[in-house]
Design a protein around this ligand. Structure first.
Ligand code: ATP
Ligand code: MG
Length: 442
């Protein structure tokens, strides 16, 4: 992509409405544009990053055997009346009527709809367990939308639902998801800690919020800091391994506000291991048994002919919130820094271009074409701006690698710079190999 052609409306100054860094930087880098309070358009750069996050979320769901489907954004009020949540959900639910006066709503979550789909199609224990998910826009009429994409009204969420025959089986599904979440956040370059949480309006008795540390986070957390040292890489996708990983996390105290108890904290965690700080909730998982399958009459036949309500769990990840959360975790002043796995481009190509002399442009174009041929996604700064101005812009955009054609480059060796890191002088082939290796690591 040529920078001159990219639709990227950069802002010079911090917009006054943006209170936290991720919001400021996303507006400044032309990633999003507010359409009305708490509702955003995703511009090409922001959208591309969000799609990469979505894809990683999807791959990790698929790895544990979850199947993707797509439910609509607009739901009928009827099933919500059946579950009893139509009233309970309150003002956060956006209620709509169609031309026949039928009550509809823009889905804030999908427990009812997925249960309805399940009950009308699955009748026998033989079809269980099932893990289903979709990645879809949600709407919650938040009282105070704020912090850009962190807390908005319309947001993009992955939500998964598990269906099992017994509590024991259901907990296996829960643990699988737990494992998938740790892997997902790790691939996004984040350390997300599962914290025991209250189940809130979703209900049920087992729940974890996945929190990344950030001063601007809205969740207050209390943890034994040794929980950060658990090595998830040692674990595999098998039940035994996943269960032992769950157990390891359970060994350490880690809770959010609503579950905090000072006495327990002091009793269970030595002073030097106590960590009290703030974080951003990027995922939330629940086990709630038959809370929805009962009122919605979702039953399956057992082998002896008896019928049971299926045991369900639900599992959310804030895909659009993650774009902001990654920035909060990685920014440095006015510099964003995307992990390789979700960077909008693999590399930036930054030549110093002279109006009257086409040689540097031609040289850059050659490099550009060669990278494209290797399927390396490169953003070519073909503008005639000063190098220093270009660097400022690329700091903001946060592509992790730069090829700079300036004073340090000669005929066939170029400056290869890691953002906020070291610079090497390398041949094009060496640069390509490096980039391809980095890509394979993701
Ligand atoms: P919160 O406690 O932040 O209000 P929640 O508990 O209501 O979130 P869930 O119902 O668990 O959220 O939704 C799953 C995920 O969706 C959350 O972990 C979060 O990452 C994301 N999410 C929830 N509400 C919003 C929102 N208003 N804007 C952006 N992302 C959101
Ligand atoms: Mg929550």
């Amino acid at each position: 992509m040529y920078l001159s052609k990219l639709f990227i409306p950069l802002l010079k100054n911090n917009p006054s409405e943006a209170k936290i860094k991720s919001h400021q930087l996303m507006l400044r880098a032309g990633m999003i544009k507010q359409s009305s309070a708490g509702i955003y358009s995703w511009l090409p750069l922001g959208f591309k990053i969000m799609k990469k996050i979505e894809q990683i979320v999807r791959e990790e769901q698929n790895k544990i055997g979850a199947q993707e489907l797509l439910m609509p954004t607009i739901q009928s009020a009827e099933i919500w009346k059946e579950s009893g949540r139509y009233e309970d959900y309150g003002d956060e639910m956006l209620r709509i009527k169609d031309r026949q006066g039928k009550e509809m709503l823009y889905g804030p979550t999908n427990e009812e709809l997925i249960t309805e789909i399940f009950r009308s199609s699955v009748k026998s224990y033989k079809s269980l367990p099932q893990l289903l998910y979709h990645i879809q826009w949600k709407f919650r009429d938040e009282l105070r939308p704020r912090f850009g994409v962190m807390r908005c009204k319309e947001f993009f969420m992955k939500d998964a639902y598990s269906f099992d025959l017994s509590d024991d089986e259901a907990k296996k599904s829960y643990n699988k998801m737990f494992f998938a979440y740790l892997n997902t956040f790790k691939r996004l370059g984040l350390t997300a800690i599962p914290m025991a949480a209250d189940t809130g309006p979703i209900g049920g008795d087992l729940s974890h919020e996945f929190i990344i540390l950030a001063e601007t986070g809205e969740s207050k957390i209390y943890a034994d800091k040794r929980i950060f040292d658990i090595n998830i890489k040692k674990h595999t996708n098998e039940d035994i391994s996943i269960n032992s990983l769950r157990k390891k996390y359970d060994e350490y105290y880690a809770v959010t506000d609503d579950k905090f108890n000072k006495k327990d904290f002091d009793k269970q965690v030595k002073k030097e291991n106590q960590l009290t700080t703030k974080g951003i909730e990027v995922g939330h998982i629940f086990y709630f048994g038959d809370k929805y399958s009962k009122p919605l009459n979702c039953l399956v036949d057992l082998s002896d002919g008896k019928k049971v309500n299926v045991k369900m769990g639900s599992y959310g990840i804030g895909v659009s919130r993650l774009v902001g959360a990654v920035i909060e975790a990685k920014f440095n002043n006015n510099l964003m820094k995307w992990p390789d796995s979700i960077s909008p481009f693999d590399v930036a190509l930054i030549p110093s271009i002279n109006k009257n002399d086409k040689t540097s442009y031609d040289k850059a174009l050659k490099i550009y074409n060669s990278l494209k041929q290797k399927n390396i996604d490169v953003l070519f700064d073909d503008t005639e701006e000063h190098l220093s101005a270009k660097f400022k812009k690329f700091d903001l955009i946060g592509i992790p690698y730069q090829i700079i054609l300036g004073s340090k480059s000669d005929n066939d060796k170029f400056e290869f710079k890691e953002i906020e890191g070291k610079t090497e002088i390398l041949s094009l082939e060496e640069i390509q190999n490096k980039l391809l290796i980095k890509r394979n690591l993701n």
